[in-house]
Design a protein around this ligand. Structure first.
Ligand code: ASP
Length: 480
């Protein structure tokens, strides 16, 4: 399907919204101090003056955060019904679940290959740039001593803030630091957990927690069963297909509000960082580490993925990137590939011209398990921490980092800063202390946005590549 003119306009509006949001965040201290006459006390006391400024900035940040949260919730609200309806409609459209064999195998090979390539790029770069060595390593060690005492609490609270859960929930997911240190999860245990992640004993609980993997497995199995039941189930089949179409229409409706929602999300988060966090200072402190992650992500997004896409589809990869830009900008703004999923599906079909069959099948699964950016970041972060600690990781240990970073990325949920949680797996596998995660905590919310964008682009390229493994007959229904 050709891209519509309105789609381009919307993309431009979203891009403008992000630029305006960052400007607003940068100007926030000025905006907050308009008409502010420091009282005698506050003028004498810098600390009181600062907290007064933060309080005034909150009058601007709170409504922005509210607007952003509403947009995010509406997007997330669509994810579970959309995943079930689209995966089922995809299988029903094929007529027989067995026809999924080849595309399924291609998808899994694609997910794994690109994730491993991303990890390799990350490991090569972090070894060349050596961000944790030399004087920056000394500085990081000194910073760590200051923050070590409350590191665990900070990690739990920061992740809880970002993912909208409580710190107890985060501790539960981590199995609690002490527990982890004692048990030291080996690779076999990680694998066991990954396999178990595919199954649930309660579909409703999985839906409520947005655990997409068991829902996808159920949808494939259930739709597969329906294809064998013929005319007895025509109403269910029609219902699923109509629900899927209607939900895609719903996404278009929600996207009309995207410029506003995205403006609020970005302005609130960047504004908060600017006013409370000495944001630029933090970025400088972790400068070479952040640069290593960003260069790695750029190599993956602008070289590796485009090369693979071109090789298998002969598409112009940069045009495809442009076509996917609504989804990529949404990923940057929400830091969640799951929340972005509805937009990714819509853009891939309507703007990227990828067949709906491939999108229905590849994207929901990809948003859950295919996270190239996350894998790259986990490998870089783990080796950076080793460099700071002064541990010289030999080749075999680096291979273990590569394997566990791949598994940790597969296991990470598509929510903000999920990669930070699963990085515990990588660190413990090579015996690095998890307290050192506090070194990278302050910039994680920002790096998360870039790696989520790469994750989503990786998924979209996957849909375009897997499309080639469907037969003409299978794709025909798309163009009816
Ligand atoms: N936020 C990322 C995503 O949703 C996951 C992560 O790396 O934390 O794709």
């Amino acid at each position: 399907m050709a891209a519509k003119r309105g789609d381009h306009q919307l993309t431009i509006q979203i891009a403008i919204a992000i630029v305006l949001a960052i400007l607003t965040a940068l100007l926030l201290p000025t905006l907050a101090s308009i008409g502010y006459e420091p009282s005698g006390d506050a003028a004498d006391n810098v600390v009181t003056g600062e907290s007064e400024l933060i309080a005034r900035a909150n009058y601007i940040i709170v409504p922005l955060r509210l607007g952003g949260e509403i947009f995010l919730r509406v997007l997330k609200m669509l994810v579970v019904p959309l995943v079930i309806a689209s995966v089922m409609a995809g299988i029903l459209g094929l007529g027989d679940v067995r026809k999924l064999g080849k595309p399924g195998a291609v998808a899994v090979v694609y997910y794994l290959t690109t994730t491993v390539l991303a990890v390799i790029v990350g490991i090569i770069l972090v070894n060349i740039i050596n961000p944790g060595g030399g004087s920056s390593g000394e500085e990081s060690r000194a910073n760590l001593l200051e923050s070590k005492a409350s590191a665990k609490e900070k990690i739990y609270t920061a992740i809880a803030d970002e993912s909208g859960t409580t710190d107890e929930d985060v501790a539960g997911v981590l199995g609690d630091g002490e527990y982890i240190e004692r048990k030291n999860p080996g690779i076999s245990r990680v694998l066991e957990n990954l396999v178990l992640m595919m199954f649930t004993d309660n579909l409703f609980k999985a839906a409520a927690n947005m655990e997409l993997l068991p829902l996808i497995i159920f949808s494939i199995a259930f739709a597969g069963l329906l294809t064998t039941m013929g005319s007895k189930v025509t109403s269910i089949v029609t219902f699923v297909q109509q629900a899927n179409d209607a939900l895609m229409g719903f996404i278009l409706l929600v996207m009309r509000f995207a410029p506003l929602g995205i403006f609020c999300l970005v302005a609130a988060r960047f504004g908060q960082a600017n006013i409370t966090g000495n944001f630029l200072g933090e970025l400088q402190k972790t400068g070479s580490y952040s640069m290593t992650v960003l260069i790695g992500l750029a190599v993956h997004a602008f070289v590796t993925l485009p090369a693979i896409l071109y090789l298998f589809t002969r598409r112009n990869p940069y045009l495809f990137m442009l076509q996917m830009s609504q989804a990529l900008l949404t990923a940057f703004s929400t830091a969640s590939s799951s929340a972005t999923l509805p937009v990714t599906m819509e853009s891939a079909i309507d703007e990227g011209g990828v067949s709906k069959k491939s999108v229905d099948f590849v994207l929901p699964l990809g948003a859950t398990i295919n996270m190239d950016g996350t894998a790259l970041y986990e490998a870089v972060a783990a080796i950076f921490i080793a460099q700071v600690v002064g541990a010289d990781l030999p080749f075999t240990q680096q291979v273990i980092v590569a394997i566990t970073a791949t598994l940790a990325a597969i296991g990470a949920a598509g929510i903000p800063e999920a990669g930070l949680v699963t990085m515990v797996i990588v660190l413990t596998a090579v015996g690095l202390p998890i307290e050192y995660m506090s070194l990278i905590l302050s910039v994680d919310w920002l790096l998360d946005r870039f790696r989520t964008t790469v994750n989503v682009f990786g998924d979209a390229c996957g849909a375009a590549i897997v499309e080639k493994s469907f037969t003409e007959d299978q794709l025909l229904a798309d163009h009816e």
